[in-house]
Ligand binder design. Structure first.
Ligand code: LLP
Length: 422
């Protein structure tokens, strides 16, 4: 059994700790399943990122979609981060977390009229437009509000991010952004968008990208557009590289943030503008775990099953992307034999698994396991499927822990339903 260990989630006398707090101790208070986050992981990754780009004038906009708990957003905001928000809900969360509206970017391929209006009302740093129709709408709304909208166009650079097709966004066949040629035309069309000030150019080619090459290719392409625009008198203030940096979930090869900076900085340095980054997963994924209790163990024929109390409604990445998350015991018993087992949840679907064919110590009913690397796209994608309550979230900072969201109650689940007599 290989244990995924870091200085943030580590074993002390065979027991899993988050920073200096025993995971078991937290679970005794909040129960299972539960998300546990390491605040120092978040802080250290933010610092690592910003230090890697220290030679370049830049701002990090934490992609709140990866983990939108207001305390997590606040952790980054307190460090000076901006926030990339993808909906009215995320915008409200960022404001609640104390973010300065002038450090917020409104993203999204399908913003509603209300979202655009809210973005303008709150005077956000910029809105990213992803279609000609959206530009027209922003222009109209800004006109009605007697405002000038600061807008960036998200360009689809038609670059293969070589990641899971569901999270690849930079190919022309994907729904995101505006193709290069049309984007150039729109940027240059001075008379058309009177209530818009084009302040930036943007890309985001996908997520969990594990090689640098697609980034360099896309940044290079985008920088050519930037210079072409500059030559024709459109001077942009911001150049937004997006997010997408891959992290280690298992044994995959990835690159370091320093290597990433080394590869793209020479291109970025040539631009005469401020660089934006929108990392989500890099800042959060390996800063969180999902802890579950083993409800049952069983053998169907030759096949072992560990049935946990966490399911696809708590963490959906294994089910929809076939994503690998290490799963390991909260208490290691090195004297026990190891078995190969599927680790599954209680939801009524065969696709409800946390891990398949995993090597793990022989386990007993009542013991705890941890699903690692669950800090990004974990809780934010949780659902109430099977009328299950969403789990609590706990933030650990050094030797203290804080319940930053408690477990949903059944009253929460029934809040807006009532029996009608039809
Ligand atoms: N900026 C934009 C415009 C985005 O759409 C995203 C993620 C990010 C930044 C942050 O990307 P990151 O640095 O986290 O890769 N649910 C999927 C991931 C979806 C990513 C959506 N967009 C998963 O669990 O793998």
């Amino acid at each position: 059994m290989n244990l995924f260990d870091s200085s943030y989630f580590t074993y002390k006398s065979d027991e899993l700790f988050c920073e200096n707090v025993s995971v078991k101790k937290i679970i005794q208070e909040v129960g299972t399943p539960a998300y546990i986050y390491s605040k120092n992981f978040f802080i250290d990754r933010y610092k690592e990122f910003t230090e890697a780009f220290e030679e370049i004038p830049h701002t990090i906009f934490f992609a709140a979609k990866s983990n939108f708990n207001i305390n997590v957003i606040k952790t980054f905001v307190d460090l000076g981060s901006g926030v990339d928000v993808n909906s009215e809900g995320e915008l409200k969360r960022a404001l609640l977390a104390g973010a300065d509206p002038r450090k917020l970017i409104l993203t999204g391929v399908g913003k509603t009229l209300n979202e655009i209006r809210l973005g303008l009302q709150k005077d956000l740093l910029m809105i990213k437009a992803e279609s000609e129709e959206e530009l027209e709408l922003i222009n109209t709304i800004a006109g009605e509000m007697k405002k000038v909208a600061r807008v960036a166009i998200r360009v689809n650079p038609d670059v293969d991010a070589q990641t899971h097709p569901y999270i690849s966004t930079g190919l022309s066949e994907n729904k995101f952004g505006i193709d290069t040629k049309s984007a150039l035309g729109l940027f240059k069309d001075k008379n058309r968008f009177k209530n818009i000030l084009f302040t930036g150019i943007d890309m985001h080619i996908g997520s969990q990208i594990t090689s640098i090459q697609p980034f360099t290719e896309a940044v290079e392409k985008l920088s050519q557009i930037y210079f072409e625009l500059k030559d024709s008198g459109v001077h942009l203030k911001h150049f937004d590289v997006g997010g997408g940096i891959g992290v280690k979930y298992g044994y995959e090869e990835t690159f370091s943030i320093q290597d990433y900076a080394k590869a793209i900085s020479p291109i970025l340095k040539k631009l005469d503008c401020h660089i934006f980054f929108e990392p989500g997963r890099f800042l959060t994924a390996n800063g969180g775990i999902l802890v579950a209790q083993i409800l049952y163990t069983k053998k169907n024929g030759e096949k072992n099953f560990i049935i946990a109390d966490a399911a696809m409604n708590d963490i959906i990445r294994p089910s929809i992307y076939g994503a690998h998350h290490h799963i390991q015991p909260v208490e290691v018993h090195s004297d026990r034999a190891e078995i190969i087992s599927d680790i599954v949840g209680p939801v009524c679907e065969t696709g409800d698994f946390l891990g398949r064919k995993r090597k793990i110590q022989e386990s007993k009913r009542g013991e705890y396991i941890a699903v690692m690397s669950a800090g990004a796209y974990g809780m934010v994608m949780a659902s109430n499927y099977n009328a299950r309550r969403k789990p609590p979230e706990v933030l650990v900072a050094n030797d203290k822990f804080y319940v930053i969201r408690s477990r949903e109650t059944y009253d929460h689940l029934l809040f807006d339903e009532k029996i009608i007599n039809s």
